[in-house]
Design a binder for this molecule. Structure first.
Ligand code: ADP
Ligand code: MG
Length: 425
């Protein structure tokens, strides 16, 4: 269905900024450095983790846990409103190399991402670990204990190509990679549901982040070359093709680190609950335009509810666009989503809005939006593949001028979740 010729024909017909007759091959011919950061291959991460385990803990890796980050194509802030989301797992991974622990009743962990080492006593790990990032480890060990799986002493190294705290879900990648290591070390296999459930509970109860179900579900269940359509009311899902050599998905970091656990996220959740209650609905899932009349006197709640309603509709439209191979429509939906998140849901910020505008001004860009919880983090842009280098360079150069520092930019492919992945070679 996604054979190159068909997609090329559709793209040729589409009139949204696809006007330039000549692809910008001059860029590469002039040997200018691409602004697109290369994606490290997964086996290089696995080797790096193994090598760090040797140097830090003087032991050989016995178990490996791997899980990907994600970007949400569309369906933002719909998850906790019992709505629909459409994320992809990305070919950026968190990799754990682990071995039986050198210290009894202790899990020792070195995170190469943070350059920090920490220890978790297994006998007494009821409290909140003093190092915040270790609470994810503490939480996963505790949640598996509740499932009857007792994690042994381990020495472990974390390496990751998922930027931490950038809205690409390094937290769920860490949780699912830990889940697979705990299962491998105990030779007890949980179901994907149990794995996802333990990860969500660990993030909520131990890291203190009131997350929805999307991040952990896609990190575990995604299929390569597909987006995951997830119904957050009952966790049913299906796979929607998301692959074409004709288009690329660019991720650009705004350089602003979000604080998802902070007040604004909780405020939006509370506003959505208040809006649903005032309309007599159990959630905003079933909201229709007629319901909004009940919110006429509540301008803010009305806007929040409208975002959720229109965003759910955009998820459905996106599924139709991707299924039809209509990437122009897909790009337009991404840009509409951003406007709604900016104007109605108020979870963007000036820098991210500016970055989206810069992306949308570039030739070959079909659409752009913030992705993740908001208040910073990353922007994604759907770009015609032959323009992606030129567009990325221009966007990064102009954004660097605006923000005063260089920015991270890379392309991503839809990859498999940790439960669907082949064991690394
Ligand atoms: P995101 O999931 O969007 O990256 P979060 O704030 O939800 O952002 O999660 C980031 C947190 O997860 C970090 O601050 C850290 O505590 C933990 N974390 C994620 N990846 C790693 C890693 N590779 N090493 C150590 N801690 C990590
Ligand atoms: Mg997270």
């Amino acid at each position: 269905m996604y054979a190159g010729g068909e997609v090329a024909d559709r793209l040729a017909d589409c009139d949204c900024r696809l006007t330039s007759p000549a692809p910008p091959v001059m860029f590469n011919q002039q040997n200018l450095r691409s602004m697109i950061e290369p994606t490290p291959p997964l086996n290089a991460l696995v080797e790096q983790a193994a090598s760090l385990l040797r140097t830090h803990f003087r032991t050989e890796p016995v178990w490996t846990g791997i899980a990907p980050g994600r970007v949400n194509l569309i369906g933002e802030h719909t998850d906790y409103n019992q709505g629909w989301v459409l994320p992809i797992a990305i070919d950026r991974y968190t990799v754990l190399a682990a071995a039986p622990g050198g210290v009894p009743n202790e899990i020792r962990v070195f995170s190469a991402s943070l350059g920090e080492q920490a220890a978790l006593p297994l006998r007494d790990s009821g409290g909140r670990h003093p190092q915040a990032w270790m609470r994810y480890v503490e939480g996963m060990v505790a949640e598996y204990r509740d499932l009857g799986v007792i994690c042994p002493a381990l020495d472990m190294v974390i390496v990751s190509s998922v930027p931490v705290g950038s809205g690409l879900s390094s937290s769920a990648a860490l949780e699912l990679a830990l889940a697979h290591v705990i299962e491998a070390a105990t030779e007890q296999t949980a179901t994907p549901e149990a794995r996802i459930g333990a990860s969500i509970r660990a993030e909520r109860a131990f890291a203190g982040v009131p997350c929805g179900v999307m991040d952990q579900t896609v990190a575990e269940r995604a299929r390569a070359g597909h987006a995951l359509l997830l119904d957050c009311q009952d966790n049913t899902f299906s796979h929607v093709p998301f692959f074409s050599p004709q288009v690329s998905l660019l991720v650009i970091h705004s350089g602003i680190t979000h604080e998802l656990a902070s007040g604004a996220y909780a405020t939006r959740r509370a506003e959505c609950e208040a809006a649903a209650e005032k309309m007599g609905l159990s959630s905003l899932r079933s909201l229709a335009t007629a319901h909004l009349k009940a919110l006429e006197a509540e301008a803010t709640l009305s806007k929040r509810a409208r975002h959720v309603m229109t965003e759910n509709a955009r998820v459905r439209a996106m599924v139709a666009a991707l299924t039809a191979g209509d990437y122009c429509a897909a790009g337009a939906l991404m840009s509409e989503s951003h406007e709604s998140l900016r104007d109605d849901f108020a979870v963007s910020c000036d820098a991210v809005d500016h970055l989206v505008r810069l992306a949308e001004e570039e030739e070959g860009v079909l659409g752009a939006r913030m992705t993740g919880g908001g208040f910073g983090g990353c922007v994604i842009a759907l770009v015609r593949s032959e323009w992606v280098d030129t567009a990325a360079t221009a966007i990064c150069r102009r954004y660097t001028e605006y923000i005063g520092r260089t920015t991270l930019c890379f392309t991503v492919n839809a990859t498999a979740g940790s439960g669907e992945m082949d064991a690394p070679v």
